[in-house]
Write a protein that binds this ligand. Structure first.
Ligand code: ATP
Length: 365
């Protein structure tokens, strides 16, 4: 009998390239797990997404939701297809519904230059880009989803919602993450991105941030207006450590930041709550390239590595953190020495070729 700790993983491949990059991530996870040992992953593939809605009339079946709830972690590809819509014409977004359902308030989006990878900014300091943007993922302007009003075809309104309990948890999460990074040599800085000079909701957001900052004297707390932040993310992204912001601002800024390190194919993400967490790439289903083999699995593989890191940290299983780091290093090695060159980085490696290369590096160095 093995005494390895076992984690139940709910796997939603989803739609489009989500399915393609998920296959890649699951294979890489398996390789790293086999190499490191000490833990087991039991994957259960679950239905959900636009294809599921087209076939069954439901985008997130109750059984899937229940299984995801019971799992130790949720791994998600991407969901949604432009031609599959609800009767009112809106796109399906079960992954956004899941964030609200599981109260996954902290959307963690690391942005890091991979040495030898795509370089968008000519400045040599761009090699040092290594920041994490935390996007609040359950309220903010997205709280208006499905609740907006149009009056007499004359006026439309969506409302921003900021609550104290979610903001406090969000900021504490941000300060703790900055502390964990500081312990491994980062600046130990948390930047609040808001628009406190214009909106009451944002002034309140800032007030709560300042209150929580007092509890973390070892971390430098600073504020930046969202417009200035957009400018600085292009002008001096290497100066940032951890940023925290409202849902809609985070939606926009995380795509901008992903652009700095090569685009959506390189941007992993995790949506973390107190009891559950979903790990998925920042990108969508990329219908323009699905089925071509051109999808870059890097973001999905790195999201899977974040899952291992989170499981390891949460359950005190060092082997998981070791496997997570091994996956990150394998990708960096392959990209750095040119073995891995994806289509979105001007290369010609298919999703399957990247997967094989990463596994080969994990196994043989
Ligand atoms: P969503 O609204 O769900 O974020 P979207 O259609 O706005 O979806 P994506 O699906 O992320 O955005 O695609 C945006 C662009 O980035 C597309 O041109 C797509 O081909 C490209 N892209 C996204 N992910 C990848 C990837 N993993 N590899 C290569 N290209 C990608």
């Amino acid at each position: 009998m093995s005494n390895e700790i076992e984690f139940q993983i709910a796997v939603f491949p989803g739609d489009g390239i989500g399915i393609e990059v998920m296959e890649s991530a699951v294979a890489v996870l398996d390789a790293a797990r086999a190499r490191v040992g000490g833990f087991k992953l039991v994957n259960t593939e679950l239905e959900g997404g636009a294809g599921c809605y087209r076939d069954t009339g439901v985008d997130l079946p109750e059984e899937s939701l229940k299984a995801a709830e019971a799992a130790d972690a949720i791994l998600l590809g991407a969901m949604g297809l432009p031609d599959v819509r609800k009767p009112d014409g809106t796109e399906l977004a079960p992954q956004v519904d899941m964030r609200v359902h599981f109260d996954l308030y902290a959307g963690v989006r690391p942005i890091r230059t991979i040495p030898g990878g795509p370089k968008i900014l000519a400045d040599p300091r761009a090699d040092r880009i290594d920041l994490i943007l935390i996007r609040e993922s359950t309220e903010g302007l997205f709280a208006a989803r499905g609740k907006g009003v149009i009056e007499d075809d004359r006026e439309a309104r969506d409302t921003m919602v900021i609550t104290r309990p979610t903001s406090e948890k969000l900021f504490d999460f941000g300060f703790r993450l900055a502390e964990r990074r500081k312990a491994s040599g980062h600046a130990g800085k948390l930047t609040l991105v808001d628009k406190a000079n214009v909106f009451t909701s944002m002034a309140f957001f800032r007030k709560v941030f300042d209150e929580r900052a007092a509890a973390f004297p070892g971390i430098t707390a600073e504020h930046l207006y969202v417009d200035a932040c957009a400018l600085d993310l292009v002008r001096r992204p290497w100066d940032f450590d951890v940023l925290v912001t409202e849902n809609m601002y985070g939606d926009i800024l995380s795509d901008l930041a992903a652009g700095l390190v090569g685009g959506m194919g390189f941007a992993p993400s995790a949506d973390i709550g107190d009891d559950n967490a979903v790990f998925q790439p920042s990108h969508g289903t990329a219908p323009d390239i699905m089925g071509t083999g051109k999808a870059n699995p890097t973001a999905m593989i790195l999201s899977a590595a974040m899952m291992l890191d989170w499981l390891g940290h949460r359950h005190g299983v060092e082997a998981c953190e070791t496997a997570a780091a091994m996956i990150g290093r394998a990708l960096e090695t392959g990209i750095g020495d040119g073995r891995i060159r994806t289509f979105d980085a001007g290369g010609g490696n298919t999703t399957a070729e990247v997967t094989r290369a990463v596994i080969d590096i994990i196994n043989n160095g």
